[in-house]
Design a protein around this ligand. Sequence first.
Ligand SMILES: NC(=O)C1=CN([C@@H]2O[C@H](COP(=O)(O)OP(=O)(O)OC[C@H]3O[C@@H](n4cnc5c(N)ncnc54)[C@H](O)[C@@H]3O)[C@@H](O)[C@H]2O)[C@H](O)CC1
Ligand SMILES: [K+]
Length: 484
Amino acid sequence: MITSTRMAMVDRNAAALGVPRKQLMESSGNAVARVVRGRADPGARVTLVCGRGNNGGDAFVAARFLEGYDLRVVLLGRPGTISTDIARENWTALAEAEIPTETCTDSRNFSLEGEDGDEPDLVVDAMLGTGVSGAPREPEATAVRAINDADATVVSVDVPSGVDADTGEAAGVAVDPDAVVTFHDDKPRLSDLDADVTVADIGIPDGAETFVGPGDLLPFDRDPQSHKGDHGEVLVVGGGPYTGAPTLSAQAALRAGADLVRVACPESVAREVQAFDENLIVRSFPGDHLAPEQVNRIADLAAEHDTVIFGPGLGDADETLDAVADFLEGFGGTAVVDADALQVVPEVDTDATLVCTPHQGELRKMGGETADDWRERADLVTDFAAELGHVLLVKGAYDVISDGETTRIGRTGNPGMTVGGTGDVLAGVTGALASTQEPTHAAAVAAYANGRAGDMVVEEHGYGLVATDLLDRIPDAMRDEGDE
Ligand SMILES: NC(=O)C1=CN([C@@H]2O[C@H](COP(=O)(O)OP(=O)(O)OC[C@H]3O[C@@H](n4cnc5c(N)ncnc54)[C@H](O)[C@@H]3O)[C@@H](O)[C@H]2O)[C@H](O)CC1
Ligand SMILES: [K+]
């Protein structure tokens, strides 16, 4: 089952892997033609009722695969209003090949009867697909009613026109088909219809779902009406033995788009952390390391934030690890756990949603296994994430992200990133993204963006990058320049 948002992400990732949408449309149209051939013999009258988006585009392609039939290709609208380049190119291809087409701009002129007054044997419903919003307008609404009134067999492309692909519900009239040809994966509630549903493989490689790509950035587009706080408030709990690590995490969270980032750190380092960066808000607690007596205070602070990042520069003093365990046991929110704090996770009983960001050494210390081959490693990480009941982001040349069910691979990054501090940056980005998106997706995109930022630095300056170089590049790494 796939939603239209995820389909759009996968589609974009496929394009980034070299399989552009127009190529997918060719497969979609071919699949529609195959179903038509299964339901009507050559020579039968087939009318394709086409909308102005890519749903219509699929039918323009199908028409090229159905030349032995008595075809009518009807576009609802003027050709100039076709809304995508690829649909327009396929419309033009019909004209170039002298396959007859018609247009209908006025619902009063819409009729399924051809010039000879005969009704079609089969109608292809390609008016509205995943791009529908609200009830069908005219002339689509009239066409829906005419299609439902006709005796013809009806084959809907992707979803019945008028049905919302994500909810399976119709806001107004909707086509009642005999068959539906949908693409790549089943769509919500199609199986509830009294229709044969074919899920056609349109050649989207598995990698478009597995490898994190530019399509995964789509949900991070911002609403122009956003308010402060909509993009997350993040608390970094770190520092004591170190001051750079919590600062890097906090700066990275800001660069990844968080609205407010606070650092909770021991008094002994608070001034130093603040002096690194005026964008940060520092909340200090007494002493020179995190200890159990600070847990209540940290818990109160954490309750005011969307996510907490636990670990950067905290050190591994026994008292500190006890405090991390105490905190996590009482915490029910979302926390990113990194560095020394990771070793506490397997023993802790918590309702929190944890995103753990170990490198392979830290993973072993947590009780997890690793392997050289990334596919084997992905299986091991998936099993261990399921066992822990938390999200794992295991860092490596191929980052593996898994919640035990969904497993993603991040392939960005380069050997320059073995330098200290890049992990602190990654934890910060993860925390920021997890404050607005579900944690597995947040972790996947964080791994992708962090690696991409590193690739941008190395492309410009060569190796010798330092962690602070990554910070400026994170906003660019979160942006999709687009494929078309
Ligand atoms: N990877 C894939 O999933 C592929 C899917 N393909 C097909 O593309 C459509 C989705 O195409 P899209 O252009 O995004 O949208 P639609 O064609 O569904 O509709 C857009 C079109 O309709 C107008 N519109 C929207 N709402 C209404 C309304 N209520 N009344 C009238 N008109 C409306 C809007 O203005 C646009 O003009 C998907 O379903 C698949 O069939 C491709 O094959 C590529 C691979
Ligand atoms: K349709």
